[in-house]
Design a binder for this molecule. Structure first.
Ligand SMILES: [Fe+2]
Ligand SMILES: [Fe+2]
Length: 196
């Protein structure tokens, strides 16, 4: 059993009044969960992988609903920046779909996981560099806080803690339930933005 102490989403007690800090913290949580999946095996790996996939799904959905629309309208060259980010997200989703075909103990699992990790990290770096830093300079703190609230509502859909009993069951994530999770996340984000 691994003894990694992975910080969990929401554990830092930050006020999260800045959508950029919040999303960058999630990038860190995603990185930690990749470490956790790699270090674990058996049921623990399966459980960590489920949490990773859920957080990825929720994170990307929140970005698509909150950050990309703002960047498209609000940044110089924003349309182009967002198109490039969406292409990266699409590539990562395809890698994830392939990964979903393997049991987490399959010898092919880790090489494919590393491929996904590379896609995801490069994408996150590009977001931070070409999108996030410019967003912070292009709007006021009230808007950063309103967007943070919407991303927070999405985050509540992705528990990152290990399950106490570690459920058994099918190995793969089943992309069907994942699509349903993304729909629920979209609803939560839109509700939070309406309340704005
Ligand atoms: Fe993204
Ligand atoms: Fe991201």
């Amino acid at each position: 059993m691994s003894e990694l102490t992975t910080p969990h989403a929401g554990d830092d007690h930050a006020a999260d009044t800045d959508v950029v800090s919040l999303l960058m913290r999630q990038h860190g949580d995603i990185r930690n969960l990749f470490d956790e999946v790699e270090a674990a095996d058996g049921e623990e790996r399966r459980d960590a992988f489920r949490r990773l996939v859920r957080l990825l799904a929720v994170h990307e959905t929140a970005e698509e609903e909150v950050i990309h629309p703002f960047a498209r309208r609000g940044l110089t060259g924003g349309r182009q920046v967002v198109e490039e980010r969406l292409a990266e997200e699409k590539a990562a989703k395809e890698t994830l779909a392939e990964l979903d075909d393997y049991d987490t103990d399959d010898p092919k699992f880790i090489p494919q996981l590393l491929k996904l990790r590379k896609d995801v990290q490069e994408h996150a770096r590009a977001e931070e560099r070409y999108e996030f830093t410019h967003i912070r300079r292009s709007t006021d703190s009230a808007n950063l806080a309103a967007m943070a609230k919407a991303v927070k509502a999405a985050e509540a859909m992705a528990p990152t803690r290990p399950h106490p009993g570690v459920e058994s069951g099918t190995a793969n994530m089943a992309l069907g339930p994942l699509a349903a999770l993304m729909d629920r996340t979209k609803d939560a984000v839109r509700k939070a933005m309406d309340k704005g």
